[in-house]
Design a protein around this ligand. Structure first.
Ligand code: AMP
Ligand code: ZN
Length: 664
């Protein structure tokens, strides 16, 4: 087989597996086998850029950066939907439409997916562009981001029209949402509020590789176009499924308002069995011919109607307000509720966020409160039922000392939260910091779990993460539930963590606001903990994407003698506190401050190698030419529009060899 056919056949194969996995939910090969094939394709594409295809399965990992999203006028306007809330509303609607069309009316009932609407345009079976709803007339083009969503086919199957639009909802399944939040909590970031906002926010991220990491899905519900050869809504759904789209099977064809109400009642009750959130049902006149006759009002189609579920709400008693202390000392007030059934789960607790929130709602212990679970997965208290307030009730006094160590709390200016400043003596902070240090994304210490850390602290065997490196098997074996083998694993795991690269160690230190990405940036810039330790706020803010808040937090961390001592100890044990030598050997500052665009096909290095070269030498790779571009490195087949743009702006164009000579 020649290379081109080999590449094509790998693409086809991967496409099918992707479809089996994400759309059919029925994989036929293991993730591992899939990865191997994907890597094989990546390798081939890398050496054969002449066979580049923007719709290749390798493009799903993202990487394209969009600085400004282009505005695109929709070929077919994206209308909103009218809402109904009762049987009467539906009967009124039926009366109105029966006057305008002849014959019986059938309806398609569908779920109303709670996410962000999306219009996908396909041309000759390929994804051409993806545009948000915007104001209905025009939206933002977010193709690079949408391409990373695995349920969006990049190539269609079967007998599809030459060009058409298909509409759907970009959603974030609940499980994926919870997982993302778990990660945010380990990174000491505020969790996302709900899947809907997170999904729609994702579409406007500049870095598509970031979008690729999020488990978004696209559920489709409507096809628009000319000469589609489709005569009903329900048939459209079936066809879309055949072409490779994910179209939920819950859609149902019915003949009367009563049947619609059955469907609504069923899903109102069973909505929580679905892997994603819905906020109602959408009812559509099934015949497209009848739809045409009915047409649109200024705002919405006459042939469709949303039936919105009521936000689920209950009232229950607030028994007690307790306070949690996080690893950074942040205090979170928690409402302990009389357990109550809500939206399919039993709710016992709700976050009260901070002192302001309590004051705003005037929440008091003993109050009857309304708890709601709308779009939100985490229940929230929305109001107090004042008619039920006991006579002897008095306003909540927010705590002034730490519930764990009784230290006076502080509230930094401009922050909503209170903090316990007892950095070294407050148990949840001490334990939390070590738990963060050993966690998967930080030092990933095998054989040591969060509970064991708590136990080790309690038994006074450790009081900070540097102490871990002095633990011996003999010390650990007497602990509860600790077998000899596990003690050995624990000590080995700690030993192995000495190989973890500097950027992750930096993250593991648990400096406030220094999450994974910031740690990477700092490690890359300063290259060693010694350099970072001496950096001033003024110096830190010159680093790309490091703001004052982070800079101050870093300086603050190293201004503590205790922290400096711990860092010195880590160093003495052999933990990686600088970028490793072989990584450094290839790095220079030769391209510092330069913004470079790479275009075309290269001979002696691949495109990715070229980009890495630029970054390793301190330059910045930018994807589009602007007045800020320092120069363009042009290979063979540089795009003519790029060339014109560079010439017009007077941006120098370097050849591959010219650029490589520069680095020598
Ligand atoms: P609204 O935003 O309340 O006007 O509702 C209209 C929106 O509901 C549309 O823009 C779609 O994004 C969304 N929607 C979710 N599921 C469906 C569905 N099955 N059919 C049509 N629209 C839907
Ligand atoms: Zn405390």
């Amino acid at each position: 087989m020649d290379i081109k056919s080999k590449i094509e056949s790998l693409r086809d194969e991967l496409r099918q597996h992707n479809y089996n996995y994400y759309v059919l939910d029925n994989p036929t090969i293991s993730d591992y086998e899939f990865d191997i094939k994907l890597k094989e394709l990546q390798a081939l594409e890398e050496v054969h850029p002449e066979f580049f295809d923007a719709n290749s399965p390798t493009q799903r990992v993202g990487g394209a950066i969009t600085k400004n999203f282009n505005t695109v006028v929709h070929d077919f306007r994206m209308y909103s939907l009218d809402n109904s809330y009762s049987k009467d509303d539906l009967l009124d609607w039926e009366k109105r439409i029966k006057k305008m069309v002849d014959g019986d009316i059938q309806y398609t009932c569908e779920l109303k997916y709670d996410g962000a609407s999306m219009n996908l345009t396909y041309e000759n079976g390929k994804l051409f562009r993806a545009v948000t709803r915007g104001d209905g007339v025009q939206g933002d083009e977010v193709t690079a981001n949408v391409k990373t969503i695995n349920t969006v086919p990049l190539r269609l199957k079967g007998d599809y029209p030459e060009r058409f639009d298909i509409r759907g909802e970009i959603i974030l399944p609940i499980e994926g949402f919870l997982k993302m939040n778990e990660e945010r909590v380990t990174n000491d970031e505020e969790p996302y509020r709900n899947p809907r906002n997170t999904a729609s926010g994702s579409l406007k991220l500049q870095d598509s590789a970031e979008v690729a990491k999020r488990p978004l899905e696209c559920l489709l519900y409507s096809i628009k176009g000319n000469n589609l050869n489709i005569s009903t809504q329900f048939e459209g759904l079936q066809k879309a499924r055949e072409w490779g789209f994910k179209v939920p099977k819950e859609a149902k064809l019915v003949n009367s308002i009563d049947e619609i109400l059955d469907y609504v009642a069923y899903w109102d009750k069973h909505r929580h069995d679905l892997p994603y959130e819905i906020d109602g049902v959408v009812i559509k006149v099934n015949s497209l011919h009848q739809q045409d006759e009915l047409g649109f009002t200024a705002k919405a189609p006459r042939w469709a109607m949303a039936y919105k579920f009521k936000a689920e709400q209950v009232s229950t008693r607030l028994n007690e307000i307790t306070y949690q202390v996080g690893r950074t000392g942040a205090i979170t007030p928690v409402a302990n509720l009389e357990p109550v059934q809500l939206a399919g789960t039993i709710v016992k607790r709700a976050s009260l966020h901070n002192a302001d929130q309590i004051e705003k709602l005037d929440i008091r212990e003993g109050d009857e409160v309304f708890v709601e679970k709308g779009g939100e997965i985490i229940p929230k208290i929305i109001a107090v039922d004042l008619t039920q307030r006991p006579d002897n009730s008095s306003p909540t006094q927010y705590i002034s000392t730490c519930p764990e160590c009784e230290t006076q709390l502080i509230r930094p200016e401009g922050e909503a939260k209170h903090y316990c400043p007892n950095y070294n003596g407050c148990a949840p902070q001490v334990v939390g910091r070590i738990q963060h240090y050993i966690s998967r994304k930080a030092m990933d210490i095998e054989g040591l779990g969060a509970e064991t850390v708590a136990l080790l602290v309690k038994e006074e065997l450790i009081s900070n993460y540097a102490d871990l490196y002095e633990l011996t098997e003999e010390q650990v074996i007497p602990l509860e539930r600790m077998a000899e083998k596990s003690a050995e694993n624990l000590v080995n795991g700690i030993e192995a963590s000495k190989q973890i690269p500097f950027e992750r160690v930096l993250f593991a230190l648990g400096i406030r606001y220094v999450g994974e990405t910031v740690a990477k940036k700092l490690a890359k810039h300063y290259k060693s903990i010694d350099a970072l330790m001496f950096a001033s706020v003024l110096d830190l803010v010159t680093v790309d994407e490091i703001g004052e808040r982070i800079a101050e937090s870093v300086v603050d961390f190293f201004s503590s003698e205790g922290n400096r001592r711990i860092v010195e100890r880590l160093k003495s044990y052999g933990v990686q506190l600088e970028v490793s030598a072989d990584k450094l050997a290839n790095q220079t500052e030769k391209l510092k401050g330069l913004s470079i665009v790479v275009s075309g096909v290269f001979e002696s290095v691949s495109r990715n190698e070229l980009k890495k070269l630029i970054e390793d030498n301190g330059g910045k790779v930018s994807s589009s030419i602007s007045s800020k571009t320092s120069y363009v490195v042009a290979g063979d087949k540089m795009g003519p529009s790029k060339r014109t743009k560079a010439e017009n702006l007077g941006i120098p164009i370097l050849s591959e060899q010219g650029f490589l000579n520069k680095l020598k």
